[in-house]
Design a protein around this ligand. Structure first.
Ligand SMILES: Cc1cc2nc3c(=O)[nH]c(=O)nc-3n(C[C@H](O)[C@H](O)[C@H](O)COP(=O)(O)OP(=O)(O)OC[C@H]3O[C@@H](n4cnc5c(N)ncnc54)[C@H](O)[C@@H]3O)c2cc1C
Length: 113
């Protein structure tokens, strides 16, 4: 992102069709989103201060997972919008470097990066 703001040409290559890596899809965001939902509901249940707000008795795992997916999707869309705004090309795939300098020892092989 910083490079693109410095007017460099930038491409992001990811083998996954979903941007955001572990942080967005399996780690930080999913775990925090699930925790936040449960904490908000628990607080609301405790702190209605005499106002009768009725909730479903039991929240299902399916409902929790549904909200988690919405949070992830929102974040991924926001990432894509930011890349687009900064003219960063997103490519799905596995990159490798290719060199045509046959005589150069360090370039003899096509190296996966
Ligand atoms: C349950 C859980 C909770 C976590 N909670 C926190 C937290 O609260 N705070 C925190 O700071 N960290 C947390 N983490 C750790 C955090 O998710 C990772 O440290 C972070 O995601 C690492 O980022 P990364 O970009 O190095 O790698 P990744 O997030 O793994 O991203 C790597 C990306 O590269 C792509 N890729 C890999 N190989 C290739 C290839 N050969 N070609 C093309 N693309 C490729 C992958 O598809 C992926 O999109 C948590 C992790 C887990 C599992």
């Amino acid at each position: 992102m910083q490079a693109s703001k410095l007017k460099k040409q930038v491409a992001l290559i990811d083998k996954s069709p979903h941007l955001g890596g572990a942080s967005l899809h399996t780690g930080t965001i999913p775990s925090k989103s699930l925790r936040e939902t449960v904490m908000h509901l628990a607080l609301l249940r405790q702190q209605t201060h005499g106002i009768d707000i009725r909730f479903k008795e039991n929240l299902t795992t399916l409902e929790l997972m549904y909200r988690k997916e919405i949070v992830i999707q929102d974040q991924e869309n926001s990432l894509r919008r930011n890349f687009e705004k900064n003219q960063i090309t997103v490519i799905e795939g596995i990159p490798r470097s290719v060199c045509n300098h046959a005589g150069n020892h360090s370039c003899r092989q096509q190296r996966k990066i």
